[in-house]
Design a protein around this ligand. Structure first.
Ligand SMILES: Nc1ncnc2c1ncn2[C@@H]1O[C@H](COP(=O)(O)OP(=O)(O)OP(=O)(O)O)[C@@H](O)[C@H]1O
Length: 448
């Protein structure tokens, strides 16, 4: 849809913003209405009379968190999921803009805006929403992407082993730091196996409370404990014929380690509260980011269980040890997120690739994925630039930063407040609980 055909609603509690936007837009769109009170939103959009809503993130009642803006965004998309919603955010609030787009907003504009930029954003928003709704129908059937990106020497070795062992029923233990791709590799292994048409069941043992472990893994019968209102199959039974992936196996408490060992030896599970064993046919893949050998030496992990689960051991190296994989992974995510968020970013600049290769990626592939997602959402250029990529600082924190330096903290707060309010001294001072003069004095002191 072209902008000149669009009916637009602007929702902001600042009347100056409303009148400035209306003045600009009425020359470019078919209809423009303004509204100050967000409570009227549901009523206004229920009849589907608007093509686009320009929505403020920060209503006065909730100036800094944007929470109210998010609530209204949710509400709008509940009523009309196809509506194009463009968020208005204050300068310095990009974090919130990123969250809003992930939550379903089409795009955002920063306040104060440049008129041409605002018109471009609205036009692009209207065009992209249409494409997205068309694509939606074909996406629904899409299965999880199990491809493994990366062809460094280390990954080639891992992949060669995976291809060899996938068709067998050998138990596999995958070792690696958080975010190195252990779950992804387990999925891939399952896809390559003869069990690929059967279930792949993931159990995150790190996220289960200790008293739930047993019934989650092995199931329970009605009345086995207070909350057991019905018979329930455990995850092993769910995985029947397929693969069960036990993530964070290092978290399994010792008593359950012996139960798991028995299940693996006998290939049968017994639901909690029952005495009837059920035969199971599952392939077991486990993973951990703990030093499992050390856990055995410390007697917190049973050696005989380790022997059972690590018939084949795969080591996924951290990303910093395979820098050759960084660029292909970044390209992979660039394509994925460009499509998902309908962004015009086409490539990675050479300077950005260099910056990524020099970084140590403590969060590994997951961190890289999030960094590219954020950069794609925020970037204004065709090629992603180093400044588009927000990274935690390299290496450990300097020793001084571990203490509390009051002056540093004060300076930091002032910088943040000034950013948030786009350099507006009055607003920043109010947020900091200072008079304007006191804020000026401090800014001078810190050379800001
Ligand atoms: N080789 C790869 N190619 C493409 N994407 C990958 C690859 N490895 C991992 N990913 C993606 O990176 C993210 C993190 O991977 P995954 O969850 O498999 O890591 P993990 O090691 O299991 O993490 P954790 O230790 O926190 O459980 C996922 O979104 C996954 O799809």
């Amino acid at each position: 849809m072209s902008l000149s055909q669009a009916k637009v609603l602007i929702m902001d509690d600042d009347v100056d913003v409303l009148s400035a936007a209306k003045l600009l837009l009425k020359r470019h769109v078919k209809q423009v209405d303004i509204e100050k009170n967000p409570e009227k939103l549901p009523f206004l959009i229920t009849n589907g009379q608007y093509d686009l809503v320009l929505l403020d993130m920060n209503f006065t009642r909730d100036v800094s968190s944007g929470r109210e803006g998010f609530q209204w965004l949710d509400r709008i998309l509940d009523i009309d999921p196809k509506l194009t919603v463009i968020m208005i955010t204050a300068y310095g609030d990009v974090e919130m803009a990123v969250r809003a787009i992930k939550a379903g907003a089409t795009d955002f504009v920063l306040k104060p805006w440049e008129n041409d930029k605002l018109l471009d954003t609205l036009q692009a928003g209207l065009a992209s929403k249409k494409e997205a709704t068309g694509a939606e129908k074909t996406e629904t059937k899409k299965t999880t992407d199990t491809s493994i990106v990366g062809s460094s020497g280390a990954m080639q070795q891992v992949m060669a082993t995976v291809e060899r062992v996938a068709p067998t029923d050998a138990n596999v233990l995958i070792l690696g730091e958080n975010g190195t791709g252990k779950t992804q590799l387990a999925r891939h292994l399952h896809q390559l196996s003869d069990r690929s048409t059967k279930p792949f069941v993931v159990v995150d043992l790190g996220a289960l409370s200790e008293n739930l472990f047993e019934s989650e893994l092995f199931g329970h019968v009605k009345g086995a404990f207070t909350d057991a209102r019905d018979d329930r199959a455990g995850r092993f039974e769910e995985a029947q014929g397929g693969t069960i992936f036990l993530d964070e196996i290092g978290n399994l408490p010792l008593p359950l380690q012996s139960k798991l060992l028995t299940v693996l030896q006998e290939r049968r599970v017994t639901r909690v509260g029952s005495n009837k064993p059920i035969p199971i046919d599952v392939r077991l893949v486990c993973a951990t980011n703990h030093e499992i050998d050390k856990m055995v030496a410390d007697r917190v992990f049973r050696q005989d269980l380790l022997y059972r689960i690590n018939t084949i051991e795969l080591n996924l190296p951290p990303l910093r040890d395979r820098p050759e994989d960084i660029e292909p992974l970044a390209e992979h995510y660039l394509k994925q997120f460009r499509k998902k968020y309908n962004r015009p970013v086409a490539s990675l600049s050479a300077a950005l690739i260099k910056k990524m290769e020099q970084y140590n990626w403590p969060g590994n592939i997951r961190e890289l994925q999030h960094a590219i997602e954020r950069a794609v959402i925020l970037s204004q250029s065709k090629a992603l630039q180093p400044e588009d990529l927000f990274l935690k600082s390299n290496g450990p924190e300097p020793a001084a930063a571990t203490g509390f330096d009051l002056e540093e903290m004060e300076k930091d707060l002032i910088v943040k407040a000034m950013k948030r309010f786009g350099g507006n001294i009055t607003d920043a001072a109010r947020e900091l609980g200072l008079s304007r003069a006191a804020l000026y004095r401090r800014m001078e002191k810190y050379g800001l």
